[in-house]
Write a protein that binds this ligand. Structure first.
Ligand code: PMP
Length: 457
């Protein structure tokens, strides 16, 4: 009863993110009721393993009491404090200091946002300000990767390379440029890691030259692993090579760790996988494990000092009402404590199990590629392994695979091209990981029976 009326109210009033509005009205909302650990319960009472940690954000797992307590305590003590007028709050200052100690290199200055999109948006403002402050205002062109995702603010959506984020929105801006992804499984230069790295470096140089040379280019953006583009893992050494190329070209390297940060790939930050220090780094999601919204931009001492000296006595005009929100910061501190008290370690162990489990699916007739690192992975389905032919659009992979997995008690991310994404909470046990893999195999078997898939084989 209650659930039926919620569906109606939702249909009538609530606009959902990245949805076909008419398609959603037809399908109706699936209401989630509660969640603990790696298990969510839907409105019908069905329990599902969350293989996607909400939206790759609930790294800690759901319903951890000490996080709830940290938020409640902070709300009672000081529910809000602005950072304007040189005011501040203890949790925000402590979280900034704790994080600065753990970020790669001298990414020692942090600007807290509300999520990933405004973190990315903030980097664009900071990068432009930086280039102007050092006397190079003509360095105002930005480059990112095809298949990249950098949020849904107007500026960030322009850096994002997913067509749905551009069409009808007048994006990208003419100062936003793309170069091809490293996408190993479908790279025109083949899958030799060194060839792929060399191609990316050459493409960056070529794009910079095309735009007017290094004196026109401000920054290059990359995710350590491309998430929303289909969990595309670059070859080892790719990030390092691109970081070095940016240094040689005198353009800033911005690492977007919104998905990869906070243990998703193993270490606290994925940049550590390659031992690189970006000029700026964005995080969100795992920062608060999705309990409350928060994101952040880190910048090196050099970037910070250049901006600070450039502004002098003038205000750097960038800020939100909820920058460095004390409740979010208190949650961030407790989440960080728990990560280091065993959750990251568990994630590394369960991540190895996940990768082994998914690799065991490679014999399935539909599995063309298995890729991932830590607790971030994808299985890409094809109807012809030799030709790497994607599932036909007629088989509606995003909807039907998601629905089948759901019916099997598993939440996954189903991409439009037939890839299935995994990002379980880092607290997931080995038994839960095994169950996720087993439910995935069942989902694949059912997909193999789909008449629209069969027709394309
Ligand atoms: N950057 C990356 C790499 C992301 O994956 C996302 C969100 N999926 C964002 C930015 C935007 O973050 P948010 O949705 O919190 O605004």
């Amino acid at each position: 009863m209650l659930s039926n009326s919620l569906v109606e109210l939702d249909r009538a009033h609530l606009i959902h993110p990245v949805a076909s509005y008419r398609g959603h009205e037809k399908a109706g909302v699936r209401v989630l009721r509660s969640a603990r650990g790696a298990t969510v319960t839907d409105g019908a009472g069905q329990q599902l393993l969350d293989g996607f940690a909400g939206l790759w954000c609930v790294n800690l797992g759901y319903g951890v009491e000490s996080v709830v307590e940290a938020a409640a305590h902070q709300m009672r003590e000081l529910s809000y404090a602005t950072g304007y007028f040189s005011l501040g709050s203890e949790p925000a200052i402590r979280l900034a200091a704790e994080l600065a100690e753990r970020t790669p290199g001298d990414l020692d200055h942090v600007y807290f946002t509300l999520g990933g999109s405004d973190a990315v948006d903030s980097t664009v403002r900071f990068v432009r300000y930086y280039q102007r402050a050092r006397g190079k205002p003509e360095k105002d062109q930005f480059i990112s990767l095809e298949q990249g995702y950098h949020g849904s603010s107007t500026v960030g959506a322009g850096l994002t390379a997913l067509p749905a984020f551009h069409a009808g929105f007048g994006l990208p801006y003419d100062w936003q440029h793309k170069i091809p992804s490293h996408y190993l499984y479908r790279n025109p230069v083949g899958s030799d890691p060194q060839a792929v790295i060399a191609a990316s470096v050459a493409q960056l140089h070529a794009k910079v030259a095309e735009i007017g040379g290094p004196e026109r280019v401000a920054a290059f953006y990359a995710e350590p692993i491309q998430g929303s583009g289909g969990v595309l893992v670059p070859p080892d050494g790719w990030m390092k090579a691109m970081r070095e190329a940016c240094r040689a070209l005198d353009i800033l390297f911005v690492a977007d760790e919104v998905i990869t940060g906070f243990g998703r790939t193993g270490p606290l930050f994925a940049c550590a996988d390659e031992g690189i220090v970006p000029d700026l780094m964005t995080v969100a999601k795992g920062l608060t494990s999705g309990y409350v919204p928060m994101g952040a931009v880190f910048m090196t001492n050099h970037v910070y000092d250049t901006i600070a000296d450039g502004a002098g006595a003038a205000a750097v005009g960038h800020g939100y009402t909820y920058s460095a929100h004390p409740v979010s910061a208190a949650v961030g501190l407790e989440v960080l404590r728990l990560y280091e008290a065993g959750v990251l370690e568990n994630g590394r162990k369960s991540g190895r199990r996940l990768m082994e489990g998914l690799a065991s699916l490679a014999d399935h007739p539909l599995v063309g590629d298995v890729r991932g690192r830590g607790m971030l992975a994808a299985v890409e389905l094809v109807v012809d392994k030799a030709a790497r032919t994607p599932l036909p659009a007629a088989s509606e992979p995003a909807r039907r695979i998601f629905d089948r997995a759901w019916a099997n008690g598993l939440v996954i991310r189903a991409f439009g091209n037939g890839a299935i994404g995994f990002a379980p909470p880092l607290c997931a046990t080995l038994a839960e990981i095994d169950a996720m893999v087993e439910r995935t195999r069942r989902t694949l078997d059912q997909t193999l029976e789909d008449p629209d898939v069969r027709a394309a084989m």
